[in-house]
Design a protein around this ligand. Sequence first.
Ligand code: RIB
Length: 334
Amino acid sequence: MATIRDVAKLAGVSVATVSRVLNRNGYVNDETKRKVTRAIETLQYEPNAVARGLAGKRTGTIALILPDISNPFFPEMARAVEDVARTNGYTVIFCNSDCEGEKEQSYIDILLNRYIDGIVFASHTLRPDDVKRMKQHNIPFVVLDRARADLECSVVRSKNFEGASMAVRHLLEVGCQKVAHIYGPQDVIPARDRLLGYEQSVKDFHWYTPTLMEPGDFRLDGGMRAAEALMERHPDLDGIFVGNDLMAIGALKALLRLGIQVPEQVAVCGFDGISLAEMTEPELTTIAQPIYEMGALAAELLIKKIEGAVAENRIHELDVTLIPRKSTQRETRS
Ligand code: RIB
């Protein structure tokens, strides 16, 4: 059965564009509409086949549990989940766990008693016991982005380790001689994988020392404080790979306050690819995750599980992309 990603690939457009054509929301030019329609016909993609063929669909409702609704990364992801859900005849209940295990467990209790059809977990506090409860209640679920390695379930995430290596390589290629890292909370698998990717990339350089790694909290002010601490400890560093875009924006503010020129004195690269990264001055170079595609794939996998069309429990790792912007655009030192 063709998926929305197959249609996007054949039409040469993004999954978001296919969603817009199917849901008739947002602008799509006629030529693109024709390409998408032709691809749908060629592949005989039937988004509503799932909804139309549903015998005994219980409620047509799925839930998405997010860890931090205040971080723009998650609304961008939630948009994709909602688009694909609507295309297939489902509505979405959004829950914000605030990264708290107890809050997530209380949501699970409520949701299991509300007869929803399935859950996408974008949080990182899901425990093996919760997995057991979901299976006992026969509630399909998919883990998106922050999967724990010990859970037997379908996972959609991006290549965090490789993305960190890409960031460090880019900073070195633009001439950085000493690169630091501000990392996210280590109970979050993507943050841990990015830290490992950074360490793997720099551990053999003569200038490397563990004090070049500073903890952050994936938030703006955490990034600002971490950058201040790094510059205090290593005033000669000239590149910082930051574990997410919000902390990188905070780091830009700290460097500005310290009178440090970006990128001339210190080049900065973030991670995520949120749209806010284009609004900073200088604009932020980042490692972009396929945020929309991740959310769309997770929703598709969940709906297929709900309908019994797929029973796989495997990890889907999607590629990330370097987006060079002004925060690393410096003359390469000869
Ligand atoms: O910015 C929020 C971070 O948490 C992102 O990097 C994303 O991967 C999530 O895990």
